[in-house]
Design a protein around this ligand. Sequence first.
Ligand code: AMP
Length: 183
Amino acid sequence: MGGATGDGGAVIAELVAGHVLDVPDFPQPGVMFKDLTPLFADGEAFRSVVDSIVDHHGPDGFDTVVGIEARGFVLAAAVAYATGVGVVPVRKAGKLPRETVEASYRLEYGEATLQLHADAFTAGERVLVLDDVLATGGTAEATLRLVEEAGGVVAGLSVVIELSFLKGREKLTDRSVHALLTL
Ligand code: AMP
């Protein structure tokens, strides 16, 4: 350990690094899955992560929080509760019951579609988007587009871990990306 870095400084980066488990070849061969369940399960560490995200954006820096299915939901609910704002889910296709806006993006094999309720935001609402891992950036980029299509203004994107070798930030050049641990 030691030497961990991220946009929230070394202390929180080290904390995240100490609570993530690397699972090789999950969910498919060649992928090193970053399992954050040990971080979520540790009350003190989880609170530090949530506080660090809130500190970065400022408690008045956003009006609502979006969580990306499924691990983004865990973060989004906690940040929303901590700051007294609401939480909105971005879900995989076919899960939301009412009219949606949707965005499709490329995966390594095939395509994925995300959906958001069309009436999720009032016009101009400032939206903070949260997910656990930024990999190629396709998921985040599609989500930010959806937020704007639904009338929101993207206030920022925070992730716990960024896999920089997959160059997700390059898909998000005009966006503010905040990663607590950059690998
Ligand atoms: P991407 O669209 O490539 O940036 O992938 C990001 C989404 O896939 C996030 O919702 C992550 O939860 C998940 N993901 C991608 N790669 C990993 C990984 N190595 N470990 C854990 N989750 C991952």
